[in-house]
Structures are given as C-alpha cells and as structure tokens.
Design a protein around this ligand. Structure first.
Ligand code: NAD
Length: 307
C-alpha cells in the first residue's frame, strides 16, 4: 500500500516508517526537517522536503503519490512556544491539517491516523487515571490545536466519510527522541548523562508523567491502520513515574557520576499525569508491553550506539 507519513523524519514518525517498510509498504515522507533528521529516513523512502503549510507543495505530493493511508505526525509540538506564539501553533497544527483533510477527501484516502496529545487535551485533572470520558479542557494553545484537529477529523468523517483515528499519546520516549527540545525529559537526561553534563530537575522531582515506550506506540499506530477503529483514544501505559525515579534509573544504567541538581519549577507545569488506554485495549487487543525499566535500558543503549 502507498502510505504518506508527515513528520516521518522525526522521532515517532520515523519508527512508524520503519514498521511500515518492514511490512512491505510503499512509504512517502513529507518533512521540513525543522526538528527531524534526514538520516532517520531510510533510502528506500521517497522524502519530500517541505512545509505542510504549503498547500501547493502538499497538492503536488498527492498528485505524484496518490497515497491510500496517511499518518500525520508533523506538528509544532512545544507547549511553551504555543503559549508564546499561538498563531504559529494554529497555522502549523490546525490550518495545515485542514489542507490535509481536504486533500485526503479529494484524493479518496481511506484513512488518516494522527497524533493527538493526552497530556494537553484534557487539562489538569484531579481524578486519575484520565480516560476518554473526561471533559476536555486544554490549558494551552497546543492542546487546543490538538483537540480542534480531532473535531475537524470528526467533521470530515460525518460529512465525507473520511475515516480517522486520533491517538492521544501520553509521554513517548525511546531511541531517536530529540534530546534538545523542551519535551522529553528522558531524551534530555540520557544525552546529558552520557556526556557527563549537568542534569537539572525542575522543582522537587515528584511531578509524574505517564511514560510509554516508542515500540508500544508504533504497535498502536499499526493496529489503527489495520482495523476499522475510528475516533479518539488514549495511548498510554496508565502508570505514573516521577522525575526523580527516571533520574535514578538513568543514572544507574548510564553510570553517571554527578549528582542531579534541582532548579526552580516551571510555572504552570502540570503536576501529575496518568491516562487510561483501556478503551483502545478493549477494542483492538493492543496493550503496552515495555516496562519503564526495560524501555529506559533500551533507550540508553540506542543513544550510546548513536553517539
Ligand atoms: N513525543 C511525545 O511524547 C508526543 C506526545 C503526544 C503527542 N505527540 C505528537 O506526536 C507527533 C510526533 O512528535 P515527535 O515527538 O515525533 O516529534 P518530532 O519533532 O521528532 O517530529 C515531528 C516531525 O515533524 C516535522 N515538522 C515539524 N513542522 C513541520 C512542518 N511545518 N512541515 C513539515 N514537517 C514538519 C519535524 O521536522 C519532525 O521531523 C506530533 O504531532 C506531536 O504533537 C508527541
């Protein structure tokens, strides 16, 4: 099958590309390489280097490739940047998604699977774990964008019969995660500890996140493509791990000799994160398989090899 992956040179996208290639699919990637890397893209993939906001460019890709399925991962994904520049966030995340949906409709794409965000679409909740029945009250423009994308996908489904699955990922980590961005404490710590550089925990380190390893996320993406499942689903482990614990495991696995330092907490940062993926599990038979300990060991190994 011909499959288009936007953001396919990035962290999650490139792992999905690998999985699609291993199953013999014909894969086309669109990526502007703003945070992705060309060397994440195998040579057997047709890489169109460009911006998803460029309607003409995207139309040309569809005319030349005529994909049957779309995985959409390209995004502005910094919460902080979305607060500083909500217009840019909306332009990348919402406007270009509407172009993409129009193209998907016009070129009769059978399904679009895209990345949403469990960590931001619900907003801060007292009752954990959060499942899909919880009220969605995003507290940052990035979360508003992701939720808006889901609403547009729903509209294109009821109006034009375009199938979609919105995967609300929790905190994804693993090989190829960008260690320089704002998101991804695991990528940042792994890179810094391997280089024996200082590592900082913002605040007391008791903040928790629901970390999920990349291979579990890829499996959820592949299942979404192969089944007729539609709608919005949390993709998470349903388990909280605090940042102190992440730091302790990584220090041990890497043999980092320095003490992890603390600095001031980021204002407005969500305190606890835990999301239930029971709905997706019940409907598809998927379940997260990689424990945090094993996932961290695999991540350290791959970062070492890449050094
Ligand atoms: N990593 C996580 O924990 C996480 C959690 C929830 C949701 N998500 C979502 O998953 C998706 C992938 O995230 P990731 O962690 O792999 O990030 P990433 O930065 O590694 O990947 C994003 C890719 O999109 C490309 N891109 C960005 N803007 C583009 C544009 N305008 N035109 C073309 N390409 C563009 C980048 O170059 C990069 O290759 C995003 O939609 C993100 O919002 C990620």
């Amino acid at each position: 099958m011909k499959i288009l992956v936007t953001g396919g040179a990035g962290f999650i996208g490139s792992h999905v590309v690998d999985s699609l290639l291993s199953e013999g699919h014909d894969v086309v990637v669109v990526d502007d390489l703003s945070s992705g890397r060309k060397d994440n893209c195998p040579v057997t993939v047709s890489l169109y280097e460009g911006d998803i906001r460029n309607e003409m460019f995207m139309r040309t890709v569809f005319e030349e490739e005529n994909p049957e399925i779309i995985f959409h991962f390209a995004a502005q994904l910094s919460v902080r940047n979305s607060v500083e520049d909500p217009l840019f966030d909306a332009d990348v995340n919402i406007m270009s998604f509407i172009y993409l949906l129009n193209l998907a409709r016009d070129f009769k794409v059978s399904k679009i699977i895209f990345a949403s965000s469990a960590g931001t679409v619900y907003g801060d909740k007292d009752l954990l774990p959060v499942d899909e029945s919880a009220e969605t009250l995003p507290e940052c423009p990035y979360g508003i964008s992701k939720l808006t994308m889901e609403k547009y996908a729903y509209f294109y489904q009821i109006a034009y019969g375009l199938n979609y699955t919105a995967l609300r990922f929790s905190n994804v980590y693993g090989p190829r995660q960008n260690p320089h961005g704002e998101a991804g404490v695991i990528g940042i710590f792994t890179q810094r500890m391997l280089a024996e550089e200082d590592c900082f925990i913002n605040g007391d380190g008791l903040t928790t996140r629901d970390f999920i390893y990349i291979s579990d996320v890829v499996n959820a993406c592949m299942i979404s493509m192969k089944t007729d499942i539609v709608g919005e689903y949390n993709i998470s482990r349903g388990e909280q791990t605090n940042i102190l614990t992440i730091g302790r495991y990584l220090k041990e696995y890497i043999g980092y000799s320095k003490k992890i330092k603390h600095r001031q907490a980021q204002p407005g940062e969500q305190r606890f994160g835990e999301y239930s993926s029971q709905l997706f599990q019940q409907r598809t038979g998927w379940s997260p398989e990689i424990s945090i300990e094993l996932g961290l060991q695999k991540t350290v190994k791959s970062f070492k090899n890449r050094e």
